[in-house]
Design a protein around this ligand. Sequence first.
Ligand code: NAD
Length: 261
Amino acid sequence: MSLNGKTAVVTGSTSGIGLAIARGMAEAGANVVINGFGEAAAIEKERAGIERDFKVRAVYSPADMTRPAEIADMVRLGETTFGSVDVLVNNAGIQHVSPIEDFPIEKWDQIIAINLSSAFHAIRAAVPGMKKRGWGRIISTASAHSLVASPFKSAYIAAKHGIAGLTKTVALELATFKITCNCISPGYVWTPLVERQIPDTMKARNLTKEQVINDVLLAAQPTKQFVTVDQVAALAVYLTGDAASQITGANLSMDGGWTAA
Ligand code: NAD
């Protein structure tokens, strides 16, 4: 398998897209560092499940993506436990839906910290080791909202546009070191993050749950289907392979045609 002997750190991998990516990296042979919030027993079940299902090793980092020192510790945990961090997936993210004039200031700060600045801190910590070993893959989960906007999501969309810019900059800086840096921009993927924003969107737009799903979420997606977490994970794993060594600085859409419109 292509990632045998390598280590992948996946932030926000206790749920949704990150969990699928962590499992995908493990299936490809990597040891993994999982990260994110949740109940200890549920996290341990996922960690042990990865080891059992894919015959690799998995450790859990409780790093809070709003805390730069903890992010550096997470990268160090991968390096000390497994000897290297070869693949870094910046995936942790949260959402808040509100008109801008009511948007809570602390929510703005939290979303910028988790959805954007954490990627900077993790990349900064992981790159020295990647450069030393002469190989690396940096992948961030951006969003269709890194390319286009929707109302009421000012912090999220600002952060995701930021991820797209950070991706391009890092790709250029590392282009001659056999380290690629790309982001994946899914449309709506059915995960707890999407489910949780339905009540707020119902309130902000005065709609029913069915109207939010069909007229707001899937309205943007010409295929009228949600993207699956496994589809995003498969693209992330593809980006780690030799076939993808010349893909760098790219923002790869997986959005059922949303941003083609
Ligand atoms: P999710 O809510 O299922 O998972 C988010 C993960 O981030 C969880 O593991 C959570 O514990 C973790 N997390 C949250 N705050 C954290 C913090 N402070 N420190 C560490 N971990 C933290 O959401 P998801 O839908 O799987 O989203 C994953 C990523 O994909 C996000 O960056 C999101 O913006 C992006 N994305 C999601 C969609 C979608 O439709 N679901 C679409 C495009 C992009």
